[in-house]
Each structure stands twice: as C-alpha cells, then as structure tokens.
Design a binder for this molecule. Sequence first.
Ligand code: 26Q
Length: 840
Amino acid sequence: MQSMINKLFVKSTPTPALTEKPPLGMEAGPLAEDISRHFNYTLGRDKNSKSAHYAYTALALAVRDRLMERWKNTAYAYEEGDSKRAYYLSLEFLMGRTLGNAMLNLGLEDPLHKALFDLGLDMEELVEIEPDAGLGNGGLGRLAACFIDSCATLQLPVLGYGLRYEYGMFRQVIENGNQVEEPDHWLRDGHVWEIERPELIQRIRFGGRTETHEGHGRRGRRIVWVDTQDVLAVPYDIPVPGYQNGTVNTLRLWKAAATDEFDLGEFNAGDYVGSVERKNMAENITMVLYPNDASESGKELRLRQQYLLASASLQDAIRLWIRKHGKDFRKFAEKNCFQLNDTHPSIAVAELMRLLLDEYGMGWDEAWAITSKTMAYTNHTLLPEALERWSVRLFRQLLPRLLEIIFDINARFMAEVSNRWPGNFERMARMSLIEEGWEQHVRMAYLAIVGSYSVNGVAELHSDLLKQGLFRDFYELWPDKFNNKTNGVTPRRWLAWCNPKLSALVTETIGDAWVTDLSQLSKLAPYADNAAFRNRWQQIKLENKERLLEYKEKELGIKRVSPDMMFDVQVKRIHEYKRQLLNVLHVIHLYDRIKRDDTAHWTPRCVLLGGKAAPGYFIAKLIIKLINNVASVINKDPAAEGLLSVVFVPNYRVSAMEVICAGTDLSEQISTAGKEASGTGNMKFMINGALTIGTLDGANIEIREEVGDGNFFLFGLTAEEVERTRGDYDPNAIISANDDLHRVMHYLEINHFNNFEPNIFDPIIMSIRNPHDPWMTAADFGSYVQAQRKAADAYRDQDAWTRMSILNTAASGKFSSDRTIGEYNRDIWKLQQVSALPME
Ligand code: 26Q
C-alpha cells in the first residue's frame, strides 16, 4: 500500500526533488495546453460554456499547478533543515485577489499574456472575475497579508494562521446616500486557491468544568477539563508564493465543523433536529468576520472565534514539533515563535500554558518559561475603546480552564509587581490582568504583554506613545520588551502589480532590483530634474487616472470628472478619528468659494472618498450620508462644473485600492495627531507617486522625514498639542473667529445638503461644536485649508508637481514590508533564511 501511495507523489519525494527542474512548463505553449486541459477535463466544460468564470478557473488552476511543487519543496526544506519557525496569528488576512499576484511572483505574466491571447482570452477581464478574499476589516488585516508576502519573498519559515470565514467583510451598497450592508458570500463559486487538509483536523473544547485530581501518578495534582462541548477545526491551506525565488509558504485558515459523536449522542436520544441545530452552532463559529475595526464587541461568538484560532494553531504547531522532536520541549522556545496580531489571538498565551500543563504534564515554571519566551505581541491601536476586555463571567462559562490559568498567571504577576513596588496597591490594581468593577473583566492586552518577550507598536510615534501612555506601567517594569516596527506594504502588489506602467518606467530607468529591495527607488531622485523623464512620469499618472475613471464609470457612472483635475483621495475605514469629516468641511469650503465667485487661480479638483463604516457605528454611517449628499448637490450645480467634483467610491476594498492608488495625486492622511497608529494606505499612495497632505500622526511623520518637508503638505496640531489643548478646547470660539469655517457651518445648519431631510446632520454639527470633541475637527480646520491651498497652487505648476511626485516615490523605499519583516526577524523572530530550490 505504502509503495502504491508513494507512486502517486510524482516528482515530489524529499531530497531529489530539491535539485530537480520544474516539470511543468513555464512557457506560453504548455500554459495554454494546461488552461485548455483544465477547462475541458478538470471542469468538464465545452464550447457552450459561455461564462468567463470557467475560463478564469482554468487559468487559476494552471497557475496553481505551478505553485504546487514549489510549495511541497518549501515544506520539505523547512522540515529537513529543522529550521526555527514563526507563526503569524491573526483573526484577519485581507488577501484581496490571488491570481495576479501568483502570476507576478511566478514570473508568468508575459507567457500567460501570450497563452491567453492564443486562446482568445483577455487577461484583464479574467483577473476581474476573482472575488476579493475580504477576510479582514482594514489596515491590520491587510498588513498581515503584506507580511506573509514578504516572509515568502525573504524565504523565512513563517506560517500564517487565520480563520476561514464563510462571509468576509460585508459588501457596501449605497442607497439614497446611506450605507447598506450585503453579505459577502465569496466562496459561492468555489475557491481554487485553497486545499482542504482533513488529515490535520484539531479538536477544540468549549464549556464544561474543571476537576482536580489529587495525587495522580508522577505529577501529583492534576486538573482535567471535562464535560466539554467540542468543535472541530478543519484547516484549509492557501499558497503564499515568494517573488521568483522558488519559495511558497502557507496561509492556514481554520473552518469550524461539528464533531461526529456530537450528532450521535443526541441522535440516539431521538433529538434529530436538535443535533442538526448543534451542528449549525459549531459551524457558526467561522461563519462571519466581525466588521468592527475599532471597538470591542464583547460577543461570545467572537471569543469562540479567537479561542478556536489560538487553540487549533497551537495544537498544529505542537504537532509539527512532536513529529520531529517527540515530546521533548526543551528547545521549543528556541525554535518557535508566535506573533500575535493585536490582542485578538492573545488567549494563545493561556492556551499554550494549558497545553503544556494539562496535555504534556509540565510543571508551571517550565511551562511559563517556554510560553513567555515564545509569544510576541504587536499593538495596533491607542484608542482605549478598542482595548479588548472579556467579562470573567463569560470566560468562566466558555473557557473555564483558561480562566483558571489566567488567574494563576495574574497571581504570580501581582507578586512580581508587589516585589518591585512594595505596598503600591494602586499600581497593582492598575496593572492587574483582572479589572475590578461591578463586573470583573480580563484585560487581554495585559495578558499579551505579561506573556510575551516582545511588545511592539507599528510606527515610531505610536511605539513612543505606548511607552509613555497606555503601557507605561509595563514599560517601567520591562523596558527591554518594548520596541518599534514601523509598518510597510508589499512592493509586489502595491507597485509591480497595481501600476504596470510606472513599474516599467522605473525598471527601465534603474533596473528591476527594486521589486525585492525597495530602497533602490532612491536612484530615481536624480531623474526628478530630467524634463523628458518628468513628461513620461506625468503621462503615466494621467493614464492611471483615466484607468481609475473607467473603473469608476463601470461601478457608478461618474460624470463631470476630467483626468486633468487634481485627484484628491481619502479611502480607508470611516471613523471619526480619521476625520473624513474634516475633508468634507474643506469640500464645502471649496464649494462656498465657487458660490462666492472666489475662483481666481483655481485648481480643478476631484475629491474621492471611500470606505466602510462598522454597521453599528451611527455617526460614521451619518458621515457617509453627508459625503453622498454633499456630492450630489455639488455634482449637480452648474457653477461647480469643471471646478469641483465629489465622488463616494462604494464598496472600497483591496482590488479597488489597486486601481485607486495608482491614479491618485493627493493622499489625505488627516487623522487627529496621536490617534492613527501607523496607517498603511499612506504608504501605498506615496510609493505610487502621490503627495501627502497630512498631520504629524502615525507613519506620516516618517514619510515626511523621508521625503522632506518641501514635498509634503503638513498641517494641524501635534499629538502633544492635542493633549495640551484638550482642557480648554473651544470649537465655537474657533468657528466664530474663522469666517471660512463659520460659513461652512452655516451651510450645514441651514440644511443646504439635506433640504428634504431637515436636521439629519445635527449629530455631526453637534460633534464639531462639542468642546469635548475628542477628534478636535474644528481645531485643525484653518491650517488644513491653508495646506490644501498650498497643494492646489503647487498642482497648477505641473512640472514642479511631477518633480515632487517622483521624489515621493524615490523616498518611499523604507515603507516596504520587506524592510519591516527584516526587522521583525532581526529583533524578534531570529529565523534563518531557507532557500527552497533554485527552480527559477
Ligand atoms: C476587536 C474586538 C471585536 C471585534 C473586532 C475587533 C477589531 C477588529 C479589527 C478591532 C480592531 C481591528 C482592526 C484594527 C486596525 O486595522 N488597526 C490599524 O492597523 C494598521 C496596521 O498596523 C495601522 O496602520 C492603523 O493605523 C490601525 O488603525
């Protein structure tokens, strides 16, 4: 039997395959043959099959075939080298589309263009058929996707662990200016990029109670978790190819499924319908992504998701360990690292303790030494409302054994605090993992800090603010744990793929090394002074703006936008701290100037806004409504024609950003200073030659540092000034003193944009006039308008603008996620690079 099975593994036996040439042809001929074979045989379609979907699937399968051997060989190389591994644990992986990225990374773009042409198919059209894998909310989820791309390109043994949500981020539809959420059933037509691995199923326990068994065996006191209701976690693997280097890493997503015996018990008791209901309950766990990105939900189902991810992933990593080392865990911490993407998977700290204590019979100290040298935590937010806390009551009900362990961790931690600061009970209460109150809560960020050997923020300012503010007590206790890792984005998707024209010009000018070493872009700087080069740069931006308009027209039929206008873009989640409202106030101000005929030296401008609001976030949804109403009034007014257009891009997502960032002139990064941890959209725009108008917040500060003050439109209070101003902030005085703002408020207050829906925007007006407005929108209005005026003036000198655009791209090298991952590896993971194969 074994020999029969071995014969099935064509050319994939461990060592010989490492030196073999790839058996599948990478040229147009064999590619076309395979596409056609998949269409006719794998999919069983024929000439009557009109749906382009099958052509897409056949193409995707042909590309996937070419990933397979590289994928297996990468796994073998990691296994053989006994490499240290890192695991990126994240509730979100916002992957977007896979096909284009796979083609690019395999170096198949040119031969596939030819193959598809020969087959009478159009690549651009097929690529558009793939739905986005929208398994994330925004920045944090997309960062995870960029990171695993960089890990594969840097040939690091890193496995991504996440959840396979049946429904990803909701589809946003705009009805009468309002956001309406529709389910995103992205798996409906099948997902060709995943391989189900039922052989690697893990069992996850929920509920039940714990029993103490005294004096059992050599271990003495033992705790067992009994009467649990178990759920299965089934892994689905998605290939993550490195850039033309033979490496293919894995993203492993867990799907919840019911256990068989579950059904049986109730089935035998005659409760057939009840047993099916239970099955549904189990499968509900990974049914849907929670669509809020900045406030905790406190929902039981969310805690189930978090625990399922943590437990399944840890058990899987331990399985890998045992396969190689048996149950000897002495070197486990030396050889494994779990990077926690925010606190969402931080229950992993307690779960690893549970596995080591209860399943592998370790003593506390030994288990803690391993756990606290294995976990590393990344924080992504300073907003207190986003800090996760779980009620002790819920925890006890759902994860009783884990709660005990958390209390045990806390007892020992409190002893450490009291040892360091004797008698300081205030500090102990502040630092306790358990928050006291009318109801006790577990503070997940503190659990993550106590259980990790590294804690990092995602931009310099953010990391500093964590040390001075949110985590100050912990910084005083363990200064060496804290570090910064400024975010980055992958240059493959965010330049090479999304902006083919600019990529070609860059490669023609400085060679193609930038694709894996973005700092090479600095070589473009001298060309900013070359008139012929500037012309070509400008021409490409224009063509990308046309492409953006075409894309937009398909989705919403925009009129009155010319590619000569300045494309002024703000796309990101809708949140008060990101201040889309400030942008709208400026738009209304421009409109007011048009109405007052104050249009001398005018720069025609198209303002694009896009983003999703959390379904329960009332004021964010109202801001969407305001944007749409303002757009509809301005776009209809003949006075504004050719001067100002406003567009709300519905259903903003990864694949939309690929088109948008390439066609943007001005990137809006206007959060209240101190609130945006980093931002990553800002980086995508910069790499693609947009100029930034922004506050000194998050990574904007580092962007400005890199590009120089003269090529960045700065405005607004600093983080320090924001905090200092808070006490005596008087927005109404600011409004009275600033005529422009006063007039803008007047438009809102006379219901100019909501004639037929009087007063609907009152909550927004009140928020601006509120002295306790945490986002201080009015405070920055004046300097924002000035900076916008500078940007508009600068834009009219197209030659000077293009120069600045080139200098932005040239200075963007730092913002590659390759640089970020290099730093994670140097400072936290310490993995060896493993080359899988010299296949290409
Ligand atoms: C928490 C509890 C319950 C349900 C949902 C959540 C939840 C989900 C997602 C909380 C937060 C998020 C996402 C946060 C996020 O995207 N943060 C962004 O992370 C980026 C990457 O580091 C930064 O660039 C952004 O500044 C930061 O806002």
